[in-house]
Ligand binder design. Structure first.
Ligand code: A3P
Length: 284
């Protein structure tokens, strides 16, 4: 599996192209009523896309149960998804894993709303380690040790987790960016949905909120064929080797990393994250 670098960030040639990345960065027009679901990979992208879809539908699950997630919320950095995004009616939900420096420049002059979801990078790494095994064209992740070193050095699609988070956190004073963590969603999904509704200016009654919470649960999403990765074609993904809706828990990294690996991770984490914009995260 080959990689190319776009402005210093690695991308797999199988899925990404310089042409699309450049278009998205320089020419793609965000609309004022767009909602952009931004994450580093494996941090809860599908979960947030489902929540946003349910909120826009006032808790009615028909849309999320009848339309594949990538059609409801296309990833703008993927060429074929971008075409879907360009055709989707407003208000659009857009997904992206792009670091801030590659995000559409049109954002700076728009009222589009960004929801940025972060997850404990140890769990995001472990989730990635398992998920990558399903992609037929992606390089085998190798040993945990090898994969962890690639993750820590950012030699992986979308680059370093640390740079991604730091780049987006710098924008935290903007009124149209909302930060939330996977861990908060897990601890209090109802409260999180209420906060997201407030940020989006959507008023849902308690029954509608209840329906969002119910339909965005791990089990409901796993059962929803339109939201689990079962819609990814067999020629791209081997569903016998990996699954998107794997465990859906926090702390699974403890089952994979040795004590020495976890200590190494912690050292690199703190070298990078010490005092980041005075923010603290649930895993710190
Ligand atoms: P695990 O592999 O740890 O189970 P992404 O959507 O960014 O690719 O992230 C995928 C991760 O989010 C997977 O983590 C998946 O199980 C988890 N996930 C997806 N939907 C979820 C939900 N409703 N509740 C909890 N976790 C969820």
């Amino acid at each position: 599996m080959a990689y190319f670098k776009y402005k210093g960030i690695p991308f797999s040639t199988e899925f990404f192209s310089e042409e699309t990345l450049s278009y998205v960065e320089n020419d793609f027009q965000l609309l004022d009523d767009d909602i952009v679901n931004v994450t580093y990979p494996k941090s809860g992208t599908h979960w947030m896309a489902e929540i946003l879809g349910l909120i826009l539908s006032h808790g009615d699950p028909s849309w999320v149960q009848s339309t594949p997630l990538w059609e409801r919320a296309p990833w703008i950095e993927l060429g074929d998804h971008l075409q879907v995004a360009l055709k989707n009616p407003s208000p659009r939900i857009l997904n992206t894993h792009l670091p801030f420096q590659l995000f559409p420049k049109s954002f700076l002059h728009s009222k589009a709303k960004v929801v940025y979801t972060l997850r404990n990078p140890r769990d995001a790494m472990v989730s990635s380690y398992h998920f990558i095994k399903g992609f037929k064209e992606l390089k085998d992740p190798g040993t945990v040790e090898e994969f962890m070193e690639r993750f820590l050095s950012g030699e992986i699609d979308f680059g370093s987790w640390f740079d991604h988070v730091k780049g987006w956190v710098q924008m935290k004073e903007r009124a149209n960016i909302f930060f939330i963590t996977y861990e908060e969603l897990q601890q209090d999904l109802r409260g999180s949905v209420q906060k997201i509704c407030h940020f989006l200016g959507k008023e849902l009654n308690s029954q509608q909120i209840e329906s969002v919470v119910e339909n965005a649960s791990f089990q409901k999403m796993k059962d929803n064929k339109m939201s689990s990765s079962s819609t990814t074609p067999e020629n791209i993904f081997d569903h016998t080797k990996a699954t998107l809706m794997r465990k859906g828990i926090s702390g699974d990294w403890k089952n994979l990393l040795t004590v020495a690996q976890s200590e190494r991770f912690d050292r690199v984490y703190w070298e990078n994250m010490c005092g980041v914009n005075n923010m603290t995260f649930p895993w710190e």
